[in-house]
Design a protein around this ligand. Structure first.
Ligand code: ZN
Length: 133
């Protein structure tokens, strides 16, 4: 597998509207709009910075993964995402290497990306997302 670049940083927030003030108004980053990803029960909002992006994640349901994260840990960096050439192939390769996967198959992320998460138990505590776009 080949990691092409760091793609984005995922940050769990209670409210995109409130958090947006910091990233857009205070830091002056461009708000690229928000999108609901039903499958993950989140609303995402992207702010490009150079060639990576800040992704804010707000839960759309009390039983969603971001709601559970916020309950346990509060707001903050939730995952880092690396862009790969082919998520499906990367998952096969990582599985062979004994890496514990959260997603056995790619699923749909924001912006039509194919994404998959690796389990923090196999990555020394970091929730790693692979994405292909
Ligand atoms: Zn992400």
């Amino acid at each position: 597998m080949k990691v092409l670049k760091m793609d984005h940083l995922g940050i769990a927030v209670n409210s995109i509207d409130e958090t947006k003030r910091f990233w857009a108004d205070v830091l002056g980053l461009k708000f690229e709009g928000s999108e609901i990803v039903e499958e993950q029960k989140v609303t995402t909002a992207f702010f490009p910075v150079g060639d990576i992006e800040v992704e804010l994640l707000e839960s759309t349901a009390p039983d969603g993964p971001i709601a559970r994260y916020l309950e346990k840990k509060g707001e903050g960096i939730q995952h880092i995402a690396f862009r790969v050439e082919n998520v499906k192939k990367a998952l096969e390769e990582l599985k062979e290497k004994g890496i514990k996967l959260i997603d056995e198959k790619p699923r749909k992320g924001a912006g039509g990306a194919k994404i998959a998460f690796l389990h923090p138990r196999s990555t020394h505590g970091v929730l790693v997302e692979l994405c292909e776009r």
